[in-house]
Design a protein around this ligand. Structure first.
Ligand code: PAF
Length: 280
């Protein structure tokens, strides 16, 4: 496995691959890799001749400095995991390499990027589009792999790819969950054992809400009240939306696919956790 830090090294090694007609898969990450990332890399390894994994803790997508500071950094362990998954290239650049100058580009895809995470974390998706568009330019992948755990992020990236007319297949991969149902996330390492058990209630309640055959408004209220009733958990938002545009729906017939997206604060610090469930 090759580990490169500069864009020039990355391009040089990928040019060689392309000359041989090899397909390239990209898995963008911010490091602190877990089983969820491993599933993306393994899928890319199956579907492409070469898999590039980027590890870059992108400062422009953090609107909260503290969140960036406490984000786990585990480069050595990440590279060990990637080697086992069969990745061929790791791209781990410095901030100066990626942003020699501030990136002033503005991406705007409402309502996809303005609701939910877009509303509560102003500038977040602009930062995501800045880094992902740069990575797409450097790597020019045939396919790029993203976890459905960040459901809204995939919708925004699809809009960006469409808007910039990039010839890249965006592959959405299913959420990987712990046995308890908790969605795998790099932020889970910041939870104590007790908090992890609390956090497992999020998906339990979402799953229960799907079985209950209630209206959209009743489903919303059920999820929020059940989770808020658990000490140590506090819902920031729960939105039931069109699975494509992310516009709110008021009945189950308003859209072809309907998804419930939730953000919950968990524990003492507290840690912000996101999850979602597909209703149809
Ligand atoms: O999902 C993430 O880890 C990040 O948002 C991404 C796509 C790697 C961009 O920094």
């Amino acid at each position: 496995m090759l580990i490169v830090q500069t864009i020039a090294e990355l391009k040089a090694c990928l040019n060689g691959e392309r000359e041989q007609g090899h397909s390239v898969g990209l898995v963008p990450t911010m490091g602190a890799l877990h089983a969820g990332h491993a599933s993306l890399v393994e899928r890319s390894v199956k579907e492409n001749d070469v898999t590039v994994v980027s590890i870059f803790l992108n400062p422009t997508q953090f609107n909260d400095k503290k969140d960036l500071e406490r984000y786990p950094r585990t480069l050595e362990a990440d590279c060990e995991l990637l080697e086992k998954c069969g990745a061929q290239v790791v791209f781990a650049p410095s901030v100066e390499e990626v942003y020699p100058e501030p990136d002033t580009r503005v991406f705007s895809y409402p309502p996809t990027d303005s609701v939910m995470e877009g509303a509560f974390r102003p500038g977040h998706f602009n930062g995501v589009c800045q880094i992902v568009s740069k990575l797409f330019d450097y790597v020019e992948p045939d396919r790029a792999y993203f976890g459905e755990k960040d459901y809204q992020q995939i919708c925004v990236i699809r809009r960006m790819v469409e808007d910039l007319k990039m010839d890249i297949n965006i592959v959405a991969c299913p959420v990987i969950r712990e046995e308890s149902g908790l969605a795998r996330s790099s932020r889970n390492t910041l939870l104590s054992d007790d908090e992890r058990q609390l956090a497992a209630h999020i998906y339990r309640v979402l799953s229960e809400s799907r079985k209950k055959q209630m209206s959209v408004a009743e489903t919303h209220d059920f999820v929020v009240s059940e989770i808020d009733a658990i000490e140590g958990l506090k819902v920031q938002y729960f939105s039931i939306v069109d699975g494509l545009t992310l516009a709110d729906v008021s009945t189950w017939d308003d859209a072809e696919s309907v998804v419930g997206c939730i953000t919950v604060y968990c524990g003492a610090v507290p840690i912000r956790l996101i999850d979602h469930i597909r209703y149809k």
